[in-house]
Design a binder for this molecule. Structure first.
Ligand SMILES: *Cc1c(COP(=O)(O)O)cnc(C)c1O
Ligand code: SF4
Length: 359
């Protein structure tokens, strides 16, 4: 089984000429793009493309626009500045991001870590892992570790298990989360053997990166089912992308399909200001309209938190359509999802309470 997915990986599309075999487009200009930002598309994900420029295409096929970004940063979230060991970003009080792999089954053209993923000499070494674990052992405030990359599920089962075992040996680490796009881009990699390893390290969560309803297939459903049957709570993180999912109908279909395959939509990210991704950016109103079109119209389970990851490393900031119209002495005035005004009476103030987060 372990061999099957490695075999599949070897059939990936890595050269612009290979795109030309299926789609009649000029790929000459893409060679310069690929020299800067590597390309790899799993055969499975490539086969989801129906036509040139469709939402799957846009996510994985390089575009010359990547080299003509008028405005962007290599490391917009200042991950390097907040690293306490190579690939270990400690930004929030109680949790860290731990990058353990620099490869993915498909390189997303809009990746936040475009500066490093897929570039072999930037891969993490055994020494890096040792340093990461050393920092974690010595930092008792960390109770939650997000194992990410790249894609942790591209590591061999044995390596992944070794990492999980070492994390579990640190008493103050309560929960482990794995961030992966594999169930979406190479679902064949999710095997019963892998799930039998993962289930030994509970509480363990898996957050998957899905962006479009076309990505919910029989195969991704099978992969998510195996993970869920291993007792792993599944979430999805989507990136709001121009020409991919910047549309209320598309996002509604995505979140409903995710719930059907037992994945809870968790975050919807406003695009980070990554160099080479300007053509994917939308305005914030687009995201707020999407949230407005979900709240009340479909289950609260299906509504992700729409966030901007603050440039410079300020962390994720929720962006909410405004449901509060006013708060005064004796009532709060709200609007419901249909735009109707609603009142909720308030008890008298006992003392002057400072209200946080409300303007
Ligand atoms: C997103 C992120 C986390 C996790 O945030 P949650 O809101 O707990 O999911 C942790 N560390 C870094 C650096 C992150 O970018
Ligand atoms: S799967 Fe994640 S880390 Fe890999 S290229 Fe896509 S966004 Fe980047």
């Amino acid at each position: 089984m372990d061999e099957d997915w490695k075999q599949l990986l070897s059939q990936s599309i890595t050269k612009p000429e290979q795109i030309n075999k299926k789609f009649n487009v000029d790929v000459e200009d893409l060679k310069a793009v690929v020299a800067n930002y590597p390309m790899m598309i799993s055969k499975y994900f490539f086969d989801l493309i129906d036509e040139v420029g469709d939402p799957i295409w846009r996510q994985c096929v390089p575009s010359v626009e990547e080299l003509h970004d008028p405005f962007g940063f290599e490391d917009p979230l200042n991950e390097e500045g907040q690293s306490r060991a190579p690939g270990l970003v400690h930004r929030y009080p109680d949790r860290v991001l731990m990058c353990v792999s620099n490869s993915c089954a498909t390189y997303c053209r809009f990746c936040t870590r475009k500066r490093q993923v897929g570039i072999p000499y930037k891969d993490f070494s055994k020494e890096d892992l040792k340093e990461q674990l050393e920092y974690l052992k010595q930092t008792p405030s960390v109770r939650d570790v997000i194992v990410s990359g790249g894609d942790p599920f591209l590591l061999p089962d044995k390596t992944l298990e070794m990492i999980l075992e070492k994390l579990r040996a640190i008493p103050h680490i309560e929960i482990i989360r794995i961030g992966s796009r594999i169930p979406c881009t190479l679902p064949q990699r999710i095997t019963p053997e892998l799930c039998n390893i993962l289930r030994k390290y509970h509480p363990l969560y898996v957050n998957i990166h899905f962006n479009h309803p076309k990505e919910i297939t029989k195969e991704s459903e099978r992969a998510c089912g195996l993970l869920a049957d291993a007792g792993i709570p599944l979430g999805s993180q989507s990136v709001l992308l121009n020409g991919v999912n910047d549309d209320p109908q598309v996002m509604k279909s995505l979140v409903q399909k995710l719930l059907r395959i037992r994945v809870k939509p968790y975050y919807l990210y406003q695009m980070d200001l990554v160099k080479g991704t300007y053509h994917f950016r939308t305005r914030v109103e687009t995201g707020m309209n999407i949230i407005n079109s979900l709240v009340g119209y479909t289950s609260g389970l299906g509504v992700p938190h729409y966030v901007i990851d603050a440039p410079g490393g300020g962390g994720k900031i929720p962006i909410q359509p405004d449901y509060i119209q006013s708060i005064d002495e004796d009532k709060i005035i709200l609007r419901n999802y249909e735009g109707k005004t609603c009142f909720y009476p308030l008890i008298p103030r006992k003392e002057t309470v400072k209200v946080l987060n409300i303007h």
